[in-house]
Design a protein around this ligand. Sequence first.
Ligand code: NAD
Length: 248
Amino acid sequence: MGNLEGTVAVVTGAGRGIGRAVAEELGASGARVVVNYSNSKGPAEEVVSSLSKNGSENAVAVQADVSDPEQAARLIEETIERFGRIDILVNNAGITIDKTMKKLTTEEWDKVVQVDLNSCYYTVKAALPHFTEQQSGTVINMSSFVGEAGNFGQTNYAAAKAGLIGFTKSAALELARYNVTVNAICPGFIETDMFGAVPENVKDRIRARIPLGRIGEPTDIARTVRFLAEDGGYITGQTISVNGGVYM
Ligand code: NAD
C-alpha cells in the first residue's frame, strides 16, 4: 500500500480510459475510490471489483451525469455518506464532438462546454464545504494539450479545456487558504476509446509528430495524478503537460 491510505478519492468518468487508470492507481496507493460513471454501469462495477480486494469495500460505483449540477452535487453527497470525507477530486469526465465551426451546431458547442468545463465547477462547488471543513483537499482537472495549442475541428473542446486552465488557476487562488490544491493535467495523445476514434492514417501522422515517438498510455496520466495526490502538497495552480513533447 502507498501513501494514500485513509484518503477518499472521487474520479469522474472512471469506467474506462484515463479515468479507469486513475481510479486503479489511486486505489493501489491505498485510497478508497468512488468510481463515477454516466451510462455504463458494467465497466464501472468491474473497476470496483478490481479495487475491492479480499471482500473489503475500498471502492464504490456511483452513477451521475456530472454535466448536470444536481447530479454532480449528489455524487459528492453520496461520497460523504459512504466514506465520510473527500480528499481527492479528479475531474476526468470528458467528451468530444469534432467538427469545423462551419458544421458545428450551437447545441454541439454547448454540450462539449457543459461536460468538459461546467461539470468541473459543479463538482468543486459541491465539494467545497467539505474541503473547507477538513482544511484539506486535492483537485485535479483533466484538461488537454489542445486547450493550450488549439486544434483544427475542435473549437468547442479547445475552448472548454482552455477554460479549465483558467478555472484551475482561479480556484487555486481562492482555495489555497483552506489548504486545498488545484491543478490541471494536459495529456497529449493517449491510447483510449477517445483516441481510438481517430482514423489509422491520421494516427500515423500524429505518431510522427510526437518527439518521444509513441502515443501515451492511460497509466502515464494516472501516475502523474498519483504523484500530485501523494507528494504534490506544494504544487497548486499549475498546468502539467504529460504529452511526449508534442506541445512544448
Ligand atoms: P474516454 O472517452 O475513454 O473516457 C471518458 C469517460 O468520461 C467515459 O467513461 C465517459 O462515459 C465519461 N463521461 C463522459 N461524459 C460524462 C458525464 N457527463 N458524466 C460522467 N461521466 C462522463 O476518454 P479518455 O481518453 O479516457 O479521456 C479522459 C479525459 O482526458 C477527458 O477529459 C479527455 O478530454 C482528456 N484527454 C484525453 C486525451 C486522449 O488522447 N485520450 C487527450 C487529452 C485529454
